[in-house]
Write a protein that binds this ligand. Structure first.
Ligand code: C2O
Length: 344
């Protein structure tokens, strides 16, 4: 379009979002003025924290993780570091809380899904969520677990989320999926295939989405989305599947919109959301390590988002500053990648 430019949300003018029943819902963060906001400055991290596979964590790790989430749950919801406020970040960015900066008159919304903003937005979101967790337990080596759904031992709801007395628990999940195999192509109907067959098909799906269907930045990340354009131009391979299927598989089908994980406005209320998205983010890292090249388009690189950091201060971040996870201070535990050998 004639107005093509990088996208930025009208963060200082967040307004009510729209829930799936078309009702207004307030998921705005505490209001900030432009003068409060600083640009994120990449600095060499003092430690590289390793995000572990959720099925492999030990009791020391689990205790720390539960403490971090419990403390966030105990913060008042007007504290941007609270669990409630963090969950609302997803609602504001996905359910229409922000217009595109510079386009307020035309009320063009900025939705971070179904476009090339999907991977970088969620990388930054988890980055700040993780920094807040580190702050809660005063340990900068702490890192979020990843739901290793691309590997058979991870193809279940991670058991650490399934203890009803834990701060990691969420009651709005599909009650019949608490200990059955995860079907990465789930679309609302349970497979009648054997566990072995579901696992084999999951591995084929992973190969297809990560390799066969992800030969270009456009196919992996999703369609271009520039200022002045309409939201939701089109999702990339992983966002479509298995990302969305895992959301739907986890949410409770007895709720009207598959809450919590099955709907954008509520997904962040389930602690497993951040574990799911850590693996989505890991797919970006793996894709790069397999030779996948990021966009070099300056509209992508200079698109920006705003978050509250672990000091409860608003920060502006750019896509170009999240491309290297070692600069952000984290990496992923090395585990088997069996789908690499699962060419259908
Ligand atoms: Cu913002 Cu998994 O969606």
């Amino acid at each position: 379009s004639a107005f093509a430019a990088p996208l930025s949300p009208t963060f200082t003018a967040c307004h009510d979002a729209t829930d799936p029943d078309s009702k207004e819902i307030d998921c705005c963060p505490p209001s900030a003025t432009a003068a409060d906001i600083t640009d994120f400055v990449p600095t060499a991290p003092s430690v590289i924290a390793t995000r572990p596979a959720a099925q492999l964590v030990d009791s020391t790790y689990l205790k720390k993780y539960k403490t971090a989430i419990e403390k966030m749950r105990n913060l008042s919801s007007d504290d941007p570091r609270s669990f409630t406020a963090q969950a609302n970040v997803h609602c504001a960015y996905c359910n229409g809380g922000y217009y595109q900066d510079g386009y307020a008159d035309s009320q063009l919304l900025l939705d971070v899904h179904n476009s090339w903003l999907f991977f970088p937005f969620h990388r930054w979101y988890l980055y700040f969520f993780e920094k807040i967790c580190q702050n809660m337990v005063d340990d900068d080596t702490f890192a979020l677990p990843f739901w290793n759904w691309d590997n058979p031992p991870g193809m279940f709801l991670p058991t650490i989320f399934n203890d009803s007395s834990s701060p990691l628990y969420d009651s709005l999940r599909n009650p019949s999926h608490l200990s059955t195999v995860l079907d990465l192509s789930y679309e609302g109907t349970d497979s009648t295939d054997s566990t072995i067959t579901v696992i084999k098909n999951n591995l084929y799906l992973m190969y297809k989405q990560m390799v066969t269907q992800s030969t270009t930045p456009l196919s992996f990340f999703g369609k271009t989305f520039r200022a002045g354009e309409t939201s939701d131009p089109g999702a990339g391979s992983i966002e479509t599947s298995p990302h969305s299927n895992v959301h739907r598989w986890t949410g409770d089908p007895n709720e009207s919109h598959g809450e919590d994980m099955g709907s954008f406005y509520s997904a962040g209320r389930d602690p497993v959301f951040y574990c799911h998205h850590a693996n989505v983010d890991r797919m970006w890292s793996l894709w790069n390590s397999l030779g996948g090249q990021n966009f070099t388009d300056s509209d992508w690189l200079n698109s920006s988002f705003y978050f509250y950091n672990e000091q409860a201060k608003p920060v502006k971040v750019y896509v170009k500053d999240c491309l290297d996870t070692s600069v952000l201070g984290y990496t992923y535990q090395t585990v088997d990648i069996p789908w690499l050998n699962s060419k259908p």
